[in-house]
Design a protein around this ligand. Structure first.
Ligand SMILES: NC(=O)c1ccc[n+]([C@@H]2O[C@H](COP(=O)([O-])OP(=O)(O)OC[C@H]3O[C@@H](n4cnc5c(N)ncnc54)[C@H](OP(=O)(O)O)[C@@H]3O)[C@@H](O)[C@H]2O)c1
Length: 219
């Protein structure tokens, strides 16, 4: 599959490593330009590109940059993707440590609904609650007991199914977490976040989540 990754940090870098190892063709971009990604390109065989070219021809695009940087992405950054290509949002809102105040999220908009609004395109929320190094090293074959499960939320069922298949291929159990309206159930501060649960554990944690943002996760 041809995959475009916008953001080449902890998550973008490790998705590049895993997907190239699985034989996918990856184009990866950061904010500073492809010349700063030559080590990652040499290590993985991915193609480092300017951010405006990351989505070109991609059958899947992943946006994996700090929440506060989303509005600064160039207009039309997703335009070149292949028809029907899902856009994955891995992001989390960290108002205190990193992102500052984002009023609509503070007022209750799910983080991924806000991201989709900024991008002008629906997103599938995935990978937001697993540590980057676990994403790199803790994938297991399907059927292995205690295989880590990852919740996947989105309104486009076809797009969500494609993302879930890729998650299974990466070594994790995908769990359908409903639509973007329900995606607060996997945000920072919820029981599933960072917990490395198996599929039953993820379903239980999603069901037990509270929509209230705790003080720790407010600006
Ligand atoms: N770290 C984790 O374990 C983890 C786990 C799950 C989810 N997440 C979430 O996933 C997102 C990414 O996290 P991360 O830890 O991978 O971040 P990170 O290590 O800080 O990397 C951020 C990447 O985004 C790029 N970037 C920033 N602004 C950009 C822009 N305007 N255009 C293009 N690229 C831009 C940066 O490029 P430059 O370096 O060139 O600026 C960098 O490559 C965050 O929302 C985070 O909360 C993180």
């Amino acid at each position: 599959m041809r995959i475009g990754i916008i953001g080449a940090g902890n998550i973008g870098g490790n998705l590049t490593r895993r997907w190239t190892a699985l034989g996918h063709e990856v184009r990866v971009a950061n904010s500073r330009g492809p010349e700063t990604l030559q080590d990652l390109a040499a290590e993985t065989g991915a193609t480092a590109v300017p951010v405006t070219e990351a989505a070109e021809g991609a059958e899947l695009v992943v946006v994996t940059i700090p929440e506060k940087a989303i509005p600064s992405l160039p207009k039309g950054v997703l335009d070149g993707r292949a028809p029907g290509a899902p856009v994955v949002d891995t992001g989390n809102y960290y108002p205190r440590q990193r992102d500052g105040r984002i009023a609509e999220i503070e007022d209750g908009m799910p983080e991924s609904a806000w991201v989709a609004k900024q991008l002008g395109h629906p997103v599938v929320k995935a990978f937001n609650g697993i540590y980057a190094d676990h994403l790199l090293g803790r994938g297991l074959p399907a059927g292995t007991p205690a295989r880590i499960a990852l919740p996947v939320a989105g309104d486009d069922e076809e797009a969500k199914a494609k993302v879930m298949a890729l998650i299974d291929e990466l070594g994790f159990d995908p769990v359908d977490a409903g639509g973007i309206d329900e995606s607060w159930r996997q945000q920072p501060g919820t029981p599933v976040y960072g917990a490395d649960l198996d599929a039953d554990g993820v379903r239980k944690a999603l069901a037990e989540a509270s929509p209230e943002r705790t003080a720790e996760w407010r600006a």
